[in-house]
Design a protein around this ligand. Structure first.
Ligand code: NAD
Ligand code: ZN
Length: 389
């Protein structure tokens, strides 16, 4: 089959690789109909995620049709149309049983690599390096899905791929980010980053009852989408002092909750130098969590800081003094996608939100390298790329 393979920082290629096979009785094989490129893939593309190996298949936002099942899979059948959460979860462990799916104890066979640094490992993730289990991703024609009885979610036929694809990640991620803000009527929520995750965080904040959302970025078409689609007020951080503007817009108090939907941002050629560092050790150090610092400093006293943005290794120069003295509440994590599938599908079916609004580019799988380039560099008004195998 054809698949998008990692070959090094800023180098992905569409290669011919062996088809996946059932290796466990709870596996399924999915023929992929739609798959997207995520801001999280850019961290790999930038070279921020160590333990990638040449030839690893990328991609964790995908859906398609079940073509083969292991002998123990009961609740899906061949021919079913499904979306696949990007987090791999067994459904049985302490964490899955508590609805904390992205913390599954049984889906990351390489847990030891992360436990040195983090104490405990998060769940396995599709297409996201050997730190997260070394699973082949879904930017491909076929993929193997482990724990298929809990890892596949059936989709009604009347909804298009474009309407449901983002249930795999960015819609639940934006939603969980907003839920983590503990929104009360009248609240003002500020969202740093108007990429796809930020766009869903804005929509979700309103779904959850925010009165106003203020969105921050520097890319004009992303700010425009936040304003027109998201009904947010917007700030261009290259044009205004964000901290001062937020104070002014909130009567001097600061937003009630602040969301960091940026994460590790590569600033141009920095990424290559960075990559040389991370090759040396399974750790990252950066003193550039610009958005996160602003989030903490801008949030009102007693407010909520929600961090869906992805960080790896050690991130220094966090203003912990401000966090402590202002009594902030922090919530973060890989999204517990399984938790949100049904409620968010309901929102889509009710017409509360059509997630396809973020798609700016639909490309054949063969053009994935071009898709990565325009998404990374925000060229050609790119906000979200969907690949069609
Ligand atoms: P993206 O790269 O398209 O968007 C990031 C946006 O942040 C860009 O528009 C960029 O211009 C903006 N930005 C950069 N620096 C900024 C700053 N200082 N202030 C304000 N905006 C700034 O990525 P995305 O797909 O929207 O993903 C966003 C983050 O969410 C990434 O870190 C991604 O890895 C993460 N993510 C997390 C989860 C999870 O489970 N927690 C899931 C999916 C994605
Ligand atoms: Zn993603």
């Amino acid at each position: 089959m054809k698949a998008v393979c990692w070959n090094g920082a800023n180098d992905v290629r569409v290669e011919t690789v062996p088809d996946p096979k059932i290796i466990n009785p709870r596996d399924a094989i999915i023929k992929i109909t739609s798959t997207a490129i995520c801001g999280s893939d850019l961290h790999i593309y930038d070279g921020y995620i160590p333990t990638m190996q040449k030839g690893d298949i990328l991609g964790h936002e995908f859906m398609g049709e079940v073509v083969e099942l292991g002998s123990e899979v009961r609740n899906v059948k061949v021919g079913d149309r499904v979306v696949v959460p990007f987090t791999i979860s067994c459904g049985n462990c302490f964490f899955c049983q508590r609805d904390l799916w992205s913390l599954c104890d049984n889906s990351n066979p390489n847990a030891w690599m992360v436990e040195v640094q983090m104490g405990h490992s998060p769940s396995g993730l599709f297409g996201y390096s050997h730190l997260f289990g070394g699973y082949a991703g879904g930017q491909a024609e076929y993929v193997r899905v482990p724990f298929a009885d809990v890892g596949l979610f059936k989709i009604p036929d009347h909804l298009t791929d474009e309407q449901v694809l983002f249930l795999t990640d960015i819609f639940p991620t934006g939603y969980m980010a907003a839920e983590n803000c503990n929104i009360k009527p009248g609240d003002i929520v500020a969202v740093w980053g108007c990429g796809p995750v930020g766009q869903f965080a804005i929509k979700s904040a309103f779904l959850l009852g925010a009165e106003r959302v203020i969105a921050i970025d520097r890319i004009p078409e992303r700010l425009q989408m936040a304003k027109e689609q998201g009904k947010a007020e917007v700030l261009n951080y290259e044009e205004v002092n964000v901290g001062e503007a937020l104070k002014e817009m909130t009567g001097g108090r600061g937003p009630d909750a602040c969301i960091d939907a940026v994460g590790m941002e590569a600033h141009g050629t920095d990424a290559m130098a960075f990559y040389d560092q991370v090759k040396q050790a399974v750790r990252l150090e950066t003193d550039r969590p610009t958005a996160l610092r602003q989030v903490i400093v801008s949030c009102r006293k007693g407010g909520h800081v929600s961090i869906p943005g992805v960080y790896g290794g050690f991130v220094d120069k966090i203003p912990m003094g401000a966090a402590m003295n202002k009594g902030l509440t922090f919530k973060t994590g890989q999204t517990h996608v399984h938790r949100y599938l049904k409620p968010l599908l309901n929102h889509i079916e009710n017409g509360d939100l059509d997630p396809s609004f973020v798609i700016t580019h639909k490309l054949p799988l063969e053009q994935a390298p071009h898709g990565y380039e325009i998404f990374k560099h925000k060229q050609d008004n790119c906000i979200k790329v969907v690949l069609k195998p």
